[in-house]
Design a protein around this ligand. Structure first.
Ligand code: HEM
Ligand SMILES: *[C@@H]1O[C@H](CO)[C@@H](O)[C@H](O)[C@H]1NC(C)=O
Ligand SMILES: *[C@@H]1O[C@H](CO)[C@@H](O)[C@H](O)[C@H]1NC(C)=O
Ligand SMILES: *[C@@H]1O[C@H](CO)[C@@H](O)[C@H](O)[C@H]1NC(C)=O
Ligand SMILES: *[C@@H]1O[C@H](CO)[C@@H](O)[C@H](O)[C@H]1NC(C)=O
Length: 327
């Protein structure tokens, strides 16, 4: 490699990996950015209440896989199988059009300045705040990835069948504590999931041919009605009893054996996580504080890979950039 190219490469990589996230990152370069994100999310909420939950979920699926770099927003290309069709994402992640709308609105006022990775972080915060949850100041200054890999998502993202001990192990790899795990799972206070995600739990938990014994019987009868064995598994049910309201109802439901996913109910079944479920079910303020801390920690995960500010969140910028990195 030419020494100058090597220097340039090193310089860009260092710049990228040293990205110091901070509040008010766009104060000078795009002061209206956070306001614009919020306005688009407000409109999305009115148009389709569930869409803000779907967008808030992006922060989890983005940040866990190679850091918060908007890699999961990249569409597949002939040469790149991205994350959208990965096991946890296919037929499941939705409302990408809300991020597109935010990006278009932000590009209109300050083109080429605000990253898609930061848009996910702002939008997730706004989704929580607009549905009744806490508001917090987000740290910004992320770059968007130049690539994505389906395999990375497949290897990392947890299954809805997961038990609490495997979730504790997974989260600990990201320095996320047991408390962070329980609080972050509390985002299932809003939104829905498919029958596909609970069929095993209703009819064949752990290969026993029986339902999960942790499901409260009346609730199980409701779930059986929603998801009979022959159901179109794309049919959806609510993740808690108040799916449009960001509150601590999710934890009250878990205490009552009314968690939707196995990965939800297991947080009450296992002793290490149960104490936090009990705490949050009784004290919403404690939940909100722990949630903010968890979301900030999740949002701080970075890839240390080179990046850019994408013009369109679904694809990397001009071809020459691509060739440069591929060379
Ligand atoms: C702890 C491990 C987690 C597991 C195993 C898990 C799993 C799932 C599954 C299976 C669904 C429904 C997918 C479907 O049926 O199509 C779902 C939905 C959702 N998840 Fe999680 N999740 C976890 C953590 C998180 C975290 C940390 C967040 C946010 C920071 C989050 C936010 C959401 C939201 C908001 C929805 C509803 C989305 C919608 O209505 O479109 N989840 N999750
Ligand atoms: C939890 O799940 C993991 C992975 O599927 C499994 O190996 C383990 O035995 C389970 N733990 C308990 C206590 O059920
Ligand atoms: C977790 O914390 C340790 C010690 O502070 C650090 O070395 C490591 O890079 C962190 N891991 C992640 C994924 O942030
Ligand atoms: C339940 O799961 C086990 C193990 O995965 C499988 O062998 C069995 O055929 C399943 N039973 C039914 C009724 O689907
Ligand atoms: C859900 O719908 C998608 C496309 O609309 C289809 O490809 C998929 O097979 C369906 N999934 C299930 C589990 O029925």
């Amino acid at each position: 490699m030419h020494p100058l190219l090597a220097f340039l490469l090193l310089h860009i990589i260092t710049t990228a990996s040293a990205a110091q996230l901070r509040p008010g990152f766009y104060r000078e370069t795009c002061p209206e950015a956070e306001f614009v994100v919020r306005e688009v999310l407000k409109k999305a909420l009115i148009r389709e209440p569930r869409s803000v939950a779907s967008v808030m979920r992006f922060q989890f699926h983005d940040c866990l896989v190679n850091g918060c770099d908007a890699s999961m927003l990249l569409d597949d290309t002939p040469t790149m199988l991205g994350e959208k069709e990965a096991l946890s994402n296919i037929n499941s992640l939705r409302s990408f059009e809300v991020i597109d709308e935010v990006k278009e609105a932000v590009e209109r006022i300050c083109p080429g300045v605000v990253s898609c990775a930061d848009i996910i972080i702002m939008a997730a915060r706004d989704a929580v705040a607009l549905t009744g949850g806490p508001y917090w100041e987000v740290r910004l200054g992320r770059l968007d990835s130049l690539t994505a890999r389906q395999e990375d998502s497949n290897q990392i993202m947890p299954s809805p069948r997961s038990n609490a001990s495997s979730l504790i192990d997974l989260f600990s790899k990201y320095n996320l504590s047991v408390k962070d795990l329980v609080a972050l799972s509390g985002t299932h206070s809003i939104g829905q999931a498919r029958c596909f995600s609970i069929m095993f739990r209703l009819y064949n938990q752990s290969g026993t041919g029986r339902p999960d014994p942790a499901i409260e019987p009346k609730f199980r009868a409701n779930l059986n009605k929603l998801c009979p064995p022959s159901v179109d598994q794309n049919v959806t049910g609510d993740l808690d009893a108040t799916p449009r309201l960001f509150d601590n109802q999710y934890f009250k439901d878990l205490v009552a054996g009314r968690g939707f996913l196995n990965s939800d109910q297991t947080l009450f079944t296992f002793t290490e996580t149960r104490k936090f479920v009990e705490l949050f079910s009784k004290n919403q303020a404690e939940f909100f504080m722990a949630l903010v801390e968890g979301m900030l920690k999740l949002g701080d995960l970075q890839s240390n890979q080179p990046g850019e500010i994408r013009r369109n969140c679904r694809m990397v910028n001009g071809r020459h950039v691509n060739t440069f990195w591929e060379s």
